[in-house]
Design a protein around this ligand. Structure first.
Ligand code: GTP
Ligand code: MG
Length: 425
């Protein structure tokens, strides 16, 4: 039932932009590979027969076989990457779990994320983890086990543990989205290392802020650093724990009023940060990047739905539905943003290179064709010359024979005349 409920989204999910583009560019590279192979075969046959193709040309074209193959390998591994940052306990791991619709990452007290965790889809329904520098697949059956495995590893905070989770359990994983969870930005002096190691190929960044407090200098600094290394990073700001943000005033009206004010203030600061400070968006576009959500509620609701129970079981706080919709709204905008960005950053380069290879091969083939045509016309020319010469000789011979005939004729006539003259005399 869990897959059924998410299936509905499949066809119109903006992630399909990336999925379809990936399929298309893969198909194109299969064609390019065929084309290169054919050309290599053709050139070999030419080389064997005559000296129409130079050894250099042959080698150059043959080198494209490996190049195209390497691109196809990279293409297979290309994915969309989203990285989550924020201060400790803001709910980064919970946000990821909510998006994955399952408690995959350990969260909460005693489960502080202390290194980089990358969640990606696995085939064949396998779940396992691989630590940095190792190729060993450590099987993981549950979150508890995962938490345990992570604790015993004694990992350095900038290290990366890759968690492979069955693709069929989550549409985002199936559609090649890779999630990166991080330790709190407030606990490390190594932000530069973090950025170099984990952020340069991220398509989208999500700042998980705490709606109960304002954006902190450490959080801002991190994104300032990111934007010096990446021009115009895609950033979303989630004001998480929005369910817990209101104080507990006596009257409902009071609560609504307070929440409105708090929201307006957070919104203004976040927009200001994205537009005026980081200069990554116009204020108008920045408005679209800020959300007020509760990851905890969303995750709970989704787990409930999967059990076939209503998402709202009455125990949830006031305003749950609005926050839940806002989380879904965030996901939709996120999916659109990440798939478009990934298509651009990942496939633009590949298509340029594919184009370049096709052009190079075409040029070489054109040159070869040119050369063979020249050779052909040269041969024709020689043939014609010989032909002309033959004609001339033939004509000369004909003339010559005619002349001789005439001469002999004359001679005979002359002799005849002389003989008859002599006889008559
Ligand atoms: P570190 O890994 O320690 O940096 O923290 P984190 O940012 O990953 O936070 P985590 O997801 O572990 O959440 C910390 C605590 O906050 C957990 O107990 C969560 O259940 C709780 N929490 C997360 N999101 C929300 C939320 O939206 N509302 C409320 N009320 N609690 C939340
Ligand atoms: Mg965490």
């Amino acid at each position: 039932s869990h897959l059924r409920s998410t299936d509905i989204r499949t066809d119109n999910s903006p992630l399909q932009i990336f999925v379809k583009a990936k399929k298309k560019i893969n198909d194109i590279f299969v064609e390019i590979e065929d084309y290169v192979q054919d050309t290599v075969g053709f050139m070999k046959s030419l080389q064997a027969e005559r000296n129409i193709v130079t050894a250099e040309e042959g080698e150059r074209i043959e080198s494209y076989v490996d190049k195209v193959h390497a691109i196809r390998d990279v293409l297979k591994r290309d994915h969309m990457k989203v990285a989550f940052f924020g201060r400790t306990s803001n709910g980064k791991s919970t946000v990821i779990n909510a998006m994955l619709r399952d408690k995959i990452l350990p969260s909460g007290i005693g489960h502080t994320t202390n290194c980089f965790l990358q969640v990606e889809g696995s085939d064949n329904g396998e779940s396992y983890l691989i630590t940095e520098g190792s190729t060993e697949k450590q099987p993981v059956q549950s979150v508890g086990q995962l938490g345990h495995a992570l604790c015993k590893e004694k990992l350095c905070e900038s290290h990366l543990v890759r968690i492979f989770w069955p693709k069929e359990k989550c549409l985002l994983l199936r559609d090649d989205v890779v999630f990166v969870d991080s330790p709190g930005v407030d606990v490390t002096p190594n932000l530069d290392e973090w950025i170099d190691k984990h952020c340069l190929d991220a398509d989208v960044f999500v700042l998980v802020a705490n709606a109960e407090s304002t954006l902190m200098v450490t959080e801002k600094n991190f994104f300032h650093k990111v934007s010096t290394k990446l021009s115009k990073p895609n950033i979303f700001i989630l004001n998480n724990r929005w369910d817990a943000s209101a104080s507990e005033p006596e009257f409902f009206e009071q609560l609504v009023k307070e929440q409105k004010e708090v929201r307006a203030q957070h919104q203004e600061r976040a927009v200001d940060f994205l537009s005026r400070e980081l200069k990554v968006y116009t204020p108008k576009d920045a408005e679209e990047r800020v959300f007020f959500v509760s990851a905890k509620e969303t995750l709970q609701a989704r787990l409930q739905e999967q059990r076939g129970q209503p998402s709202h079981n009455g125990a949830l706080a006031e305003g749950f539905q609005t926050r839940y919709f806002e989380f879904q709204d965030f996901e939709r905008k996120f999916e659109e943003c990440i798939s478009k960005s990934a298509v651009k950053t990942k496939f633009e380069q590949h298509s340029q290179r594919g184009k370049h290879i096709a052009t190079e091969i075409r040029q070489t083939l054109d040159e070869i064709l040119d050369r063979t045509q020249k050779m052909k016309s040269e041969q024709l020319h020689i043939k014609k010359e010989v032909h002309d010469k033959l004609n001339y000789t033939e004509q000369q011979l004909m003339l010559l024979t005619q002349e001789m005939k005439d001469k002999i004729h004359h001679m005979v006539e002359d002799v005849e005349q002389r003989v008859s003259k002599a006889l008559s005399e």
